[in-house]
Design a binder for this molecule. Structure first.
Ligand code: OGA
Ligand code: MN
Length: 297
């Protein structure tokens, strides 16, 4: 055993000690990190200085096939973070300045403050996300999590009945509008169609069942829209009870990894007109993709 684990918060998540993602890693250590993720679903590895983008990408490749997306587009043609494997989740423009108030990227990122699971609007879903803190505000801006296996286990048997047969539609646009963004055009909708997934799935790394809903979920096959929304809202209200919620308080150099197939997460508010927050994410997928995608929430 080369790594050591401590709870991130009492009863939730794991802080992994004794490993540095900036250095080459042997297969046994990777296996231990995967085992920690399988059990805890959210893990953090601290560093005295943040890993470079190259080190971040090299480490992420050990966890599965990586999304190659629109990171460079989001950051502009002379992108702040030009690597297509890295999604810019910060509040800074190409010159490293805090976004102007009317920058549409600011509104776009606000949807991260809704409970969500990354990329559930793809057929080929996100497995792990690995987020690196390159600049962190002195307070606030925690990332909060809920372990959806724990939520499933806690649901009354009477409520569980029937849920396993349901198929849910997830849409990128649903969460953009829910987050306060404008209605998309028909052309935009057609370009980014929804994806369908079972409401309850077996989380293979842990062998536990997990509920898979969150902010992109908007419809249930064969259900009237109002009833579908009602059930999703009821389950979200149950899942977001304070007893299930835990938070990561960022320190510079932290690498926070979560399993999207077992959790929901959200960003929390901070004074984003005053403090720079430079966060960069890689995202792993269920299967390797032949070409890149352009939706990154
Ligand atoms: C993400 C995300 C939350 C945060 O990177 O996918 O939702 O706290 N981030 O930045
Ligand atoms: Mn996210």
């Amino acid at each position: 055993m080369t790594i050591a684990l401590e709870p991130m918060t009492p009863g939730h998540g794991a802080r992994i000690k004794g490993v540095d993602i900036r250095a080459p890693m042997d297969a046994a250590t990777v296996g231990e990190i995967r085992a920690a993720l399988a059990e805890h679903a959210v893990c953090v590895i601290g560093h005295d200085t943040p890993p470079t983008d190259e080190q971040h990408i090299a480490f992420s490749g050990l966890l599965g096939p990586m999304e190659r997306g629109a990171g460079a587009q989001l950051s502009g043609p002379n992108g702040r973070v030009p690597r297509p494997e890295i999604i810019d989740q910060g509040n800074m423009d190409e010159l490293g300045e805090i976004y102007a108030d009317d920058d549409r990227r600011l509104a776009y990122k606000r949807a991260n403050r809704l409970w969500h699971t990354d990329m559930s609007f793809y057929d080929n879903r996100a497995t792990f996300s690995a987020l690196v803190g390159h600049a962190v505000p002195p307070s606030d801006a925690d990332t909060q999590f809920i372990d959806m296996r724990e939520v499933w286990d806690a649901l009354p048997e009477s409520r569980k009945a029937g849920l396993e047969d349901l198929v849910v539609s997830h849409s990128f646009w649903h969460s953009r509008v829910l987050g306060g963004g404008p209605e998309p055009t028909e052309a935009e909708r057609a370009k980014n169609p929804p994806a369908k997934h079972r409401m309850v799935h077996l989380h293979e790394p842990s062998g536990r069942k997990s509920l898979y809903i969150a902010s992109h979920a908007f419809a249930i096959d064969g259900w009237p829209p109002d009833e579908a929304r009602g059930l999703i809202e009821e389950l979200m209200a149950f899942a977001t009870r304070p007893r299930f919620v835990f938070a990561h308080q960022w320190r510079l150099g932290d690498v926070l990894i979560w399993d999207n197939l077992a959790t929901m997460h959200r960003a929390t508010p901070f004074d984003d007109r005053v403090f720079k927050r430079d966060m960069r994410r890689t995202t792993m997928r269920e299967r390797a993709e032949a070409s890149g995608n352009s939706r990154v929430a």
